[in-house]
Design a protein around this ligand. Structure first.
Ligand SMILES: NC(=O)C1=CN([C@@H]2O[C@H](COP(=O)(O)OP(=O)(O)OC[C@H]3O[C@@H](n4cnc5c(N)ncnc54)[C@H](OP(=O)(O)O)[C@@H]3O)[C@@H](O)[C@H]2O)C=CC1
Ligand SMILES: CC(C)(CO)C(=O)C(=O)O
Length: 297
């Protein structure tokens, strides 16, 4: 397939490399000239295998139609990408959105294109503009926003699917996104606040206890079963145990996190008090603010 990947960060580079390995033609859309140059010159260096995969790189404004366009920028970065999509892509080009959280869904639903909503259960970390380490093998789950797109989506998803990098079709995308939100509402703030890798939150009995409270609060808001969800959180934390969560990476780099679309989304959509969620929300925002103040001085 001919695939465009918007955003060549940890997940964008991982996806581009894994799909290029299966001989798909990949165009990475990036926002910086230096990253474009590096990717065109070196391709993607994929670890731990130490292989180089050739890709083409262009600026996001140069976006054209593909068999599929995958959007792998972070939730707070999505507005300008949606503007480019509106201006450049035909209404037939399918779009796969992979953001954590749920705040982007309202905007995305207004697009005319066939929309696939996906969640990533892999762990990945970008080491430089053309090098990525695959730190936790998981799956990518996706479903279609509109029923009429299901058939063509299933066909295309089959073309992407591979035992070493699975894509799984999900009939109930809303449930899938809610479950991923509950997982992120536990793992992401705890790893960011305690500065630990995903697996470590299950090894420290106190952090694990906080995790269970966060999980139960998320389940109560989202209408999910508490025990099933806690099992899922434990499974994903273990499967990605060596991974730094995307929120921890953001905190360490002094970047804005996705806390607003994860814990913030839960707080906004519920009237009951969620004391554990409220605490981690403000704690992560406090670190963001501190990082910002340090940058300004
Ligand atoms: N990392 C992980 O292990 C996991 C991440 N996720 C989710 O996947 C999504 C992506 O995360 P991740 O890859 O870690 O994030 P990164 O911050 O590593 O990557 C985001 C990339 O998007 C780029 N970008 C921002 N705006 C634009 C634009 N207008 N045009 C082109 N590129 C742009 C950034 O460019 P620049 O480098 O120039 O800033 C950056 O390279 C998030 O929602 C995250 O929560 C889900 C599961 C696991
Ligand atoms: C599943 C998990 C926690 C993997 O690291 C993730 O989604 C993230 O880091 O944002």
């Amino acid at each position: 397939m001919n695939i465009g990947v918007v955003g060549a960060g940890s997940i964008g580079l991982l996806l581009s490399a894994r799909l290029a390995q299966r001989s798909h033609h990949i165009v990475c859309y990036v926002q910086r000239e230096d990253q474009k140059r590096e990717l065109n010159q070196w391709g993607i260096h994929l670890l731990p295998e130490k292989v180089r995969l050739p890709v083409q790189a262009k600026r996001t404004e140069q976006m054209t139609d593909h068999d599929l366009v995958i959007v792998s920028v972070k939730q707070p970065q999505i507005h300008p990408v949606i503007d480019v999509i509106k201006q450049t892509l035909s209404p037939d080009t399918p779009l796969l959105f992979l953001q954590n959280g749920m705040s982007h869904l309202e905007q995305v639903q207004r697009l005319k294109q066939p929309i696939w909503i996906g969640v990533v259960e892999h762990g990945a970390i970008r080491l430089n503009d053309h090098t990525v380490r695959h730190t936790g093998l998981g799956v990518i789950r996706a479903g279609t926003l509109r029923k009429q797109d299901q058939h063509s989506m299933k066909n295309r998803l089959n073309m992407l699917n591979d035992d070493r990098f699975p894509f799984v079709y999900e009939e109930d995308w809303e449930r899938m996104v809610k479950q991923k939100l509950a997982v992120n509402a536990v793992i992401n703030p705890l790893t960011a606040l305690f500065r630990v890798k995903n697996g470590d939150i299950m090894l420290n009995s106190h952090i694990k206890k906080l995790g269970k409270h966060l999980c139960y609060e998320a389940c109560d808001v989202l209408g999910l079963d508490r025990d099933t969800m806690w099992e899922m959180v434990v499974r994903i934390a273990r499967a990605t145990s060596k991974n730094e969560s995307s929120m921890l990476t953001d905190i360490e780099k002094g970047h804005e996190t996705e806390i607003d679309s994860i814990s913030g989304y839960l707080l906004k959509s519920h009237e009951l008090d969620l004391p554990y969620t409220r605490f981690v929300y403000h704690a992560v925002k406090a670190i963001e603010l501190k990082n910002q103040e340090e940058d300004d001085t």
